[in-house]
Each structure stands twice: as C-alpha cells, then as structure tokens.
Design a protein around this ligand. Structure first.
Ligand code: ATP
Length: 253
C-alpha cells in the first residue's frame, strides 16, 4: 500500500498549547481524504506542517514518499503538490491572471502551458471576465476560486485544500467537485478540510477526525456509511453530549 502522506507522532506546540498532538496519519495514494474536526482542533496547523509552512515541534512526516525534513527532498516534493492554504495568501496587487501566471512560472511550467492552463482555469472558475481585476478587489468567493485555480495549475499529484468549498457558489462548487474527482481518478490524492459534512460524505473515500490535536478516528468512508451517517460518527467521536449541555436558558423557559 503506497502512502501519499504518513506522519508519526507529529506534534506542534504554540507556547503552552499543543495544537497538534502526536498525530499518526496514513493517507493512501489515490484517495480522497477528508480531514475533519471541530474549530481549533488542529487541522490547519497540520496542513501547514505538511506543506512546509510551519515546522513541527516533534515527530516525522513523509509526503509522496519523501521525508520532508530533508530540505532538498522537500523542494522536490513541492513541485508535485498544490495547496489552498487557510489564509489563501494571494498577492493583492496582481490581477487574477498575473497571479496564476506567477504561480505557474514558480512551478517552472513552460510559458505556453501556463497561458493555456490559465485560460482553462479562469474559464472553469468563471473568473475569465474578472481576470484583469486586482485580487485585492476580488470578493471572498472569487479569491477562494483563484486560490483553487492556483493549486490546480501544476496538475499536482497531491492537493492540500483547507476549506475549499467555503464561500464558493453552488455552480462553481459542483464544477470543482467534478474536477477533484477527476484528479483522484487519474491517481492524484486530495487531502481536504471541511465543516460541510454532506459534501465530505459524498466526495471522500477516507476520513480522519481530529479533536484537540489528536486523531480520534480514521477509516474508509464506506465503513462509516455501513454504521450510519458521517454526522453521527463525527458527533460520537467529538462529543455529542456537548449539544445537550449547551442550551440557552432564556430559550428553554
Ligand atoms: N500561530 C499560532 N499561534 C498560537 N496559537 C495558534 C497559532 N495557530 C493556531 N493556533 C492555535 O492552535 C489550535 C489549532 O488551530 P488550527 O487553526 O490548526 O485549528 P483548525 O482545526 O484549523 O480550526 P478551524 O476549523 O476553526 O479552522 C487553536 O487553538 C489555535 O488557536
């Protein structure tokens, strides 16, 4: 079994807070992996470590079969990875097309390929008529779609998508879901976070759930479906009793 992502005891502390606590992740190549958890569970911190934006406090990780603590190997891996980070990290004073072209060139794609992929991605994300606008002038959803286009431009073997559907309209969301399914069909691995469990249930083949930095569940989606819904499973492992306890006194009267 080939693994696209493997971590062992992956840990990140911020002062006294342990945001990610001894994570052992196993993500098989060619799977659509939903990485779930409540707010503040450590999902974005994990993605930042896996994509080299944040150093782990301890533990090890292998991405696309390479130990990314080796900087030369990490650089090679980055060529094969597309990322939508939590904060999107666009450049305000570039137009949509300029930004995509910049990202394409960073991946060292030939100019003609960059031009063609920019055309197709801008059309797919219904941003073609906005391509001359500065990204600072984009709406939140438009920024998200541009970040997704940038993640797809290298035709990556592994995609890290932090909340890819948040803020994206229904039409673009459907197009994006199809595109991601196509990426997985041709052998790529998609690792995404989302709070929209209905989308994850439809799309993902595998699920990991974190709570307070710890992995509390990891299985194939089929296993979850056999025993109920993803929402039920999620509430079971992160604590559904919380819902009972948190009631507003003035609404209960
Ligand atoms: N740079 C930082 N400095 C200090 N604490 C941080 C930092 N980044 C994250 N944290 C803390 O680490 C914990 C995990 O945060 P993280 O952003 O990884 O959660 P998340 O699961 O992505 O949450 P959400 O679903 O709300 O986006 C939180 O308690 C957060 O406050």
């Amino acid at each position: 079994m080939e693994l696209a992502i493997e971590t062992s005891g992956l840990t990140r502390r911020f002062g006294d807070l342990t945001a990610v606590d001894g994570l052992d992740l196993h993500v098989r190549t060619g799977t659509f992996y939903g990485f779930l958890g409540p707010n503040g569970a450590g999902k974005s911190t994990t993605i930042k470590m896996l994509t080299g934006l944040l150093a782990p406090t301890s533990g090890s990780m292998c991405v696309l079969g390479e130990d990314t603590s080796d900087l030369r190997r990490a650089r090679e891996v980055k060529r094969r990875v597309g990322v939508v980070p939590e904060d999107l990290a666009l450049f305000d004073n570039l137009t949509g097309r300029e930004y995509l072209t910049f990202v394409g060139r960073m991946y060292q794609l030939p100019a003609a390929v960059v031009r063609q992929r920019c055309d197709e991605l801008l059309a797919m994300m219904t941003l073609a008529h906005e391509e001359a606008k500065l990204t600072v002038e984009y709406s939140h959803g438009m920024k998200k779609k541009l970040a997704l286009a940038a993640a797809l431009i290298p035709n990556p073997d592994l995609l890290f998508l932090d909340e890819p559907f948040e803020g994206v309209d229904a039409v673009s969301s459907a197009v994006l879901r199809d595109t991601l399914r196509q990426c997985v069909r041709r052998g790529a691995t998609v690792f995404l976070t989302s709070h929209v469990l209905e989308i994850v249930e439809k799309l993902c083949t595998d699920v990991g759930i974190v709570a307070q930095g710890r992995l509390v569940h990891q299985s194939a989606m089929d296993e979850i479906r056999d025993r109920g819904s993803l929402e039920q499973r999620f509430l079971e492992v992160v604590g559904s009793d919380h819902i009972e306890r948190q009631k507003l006194s003035w609404l209960e009267a």
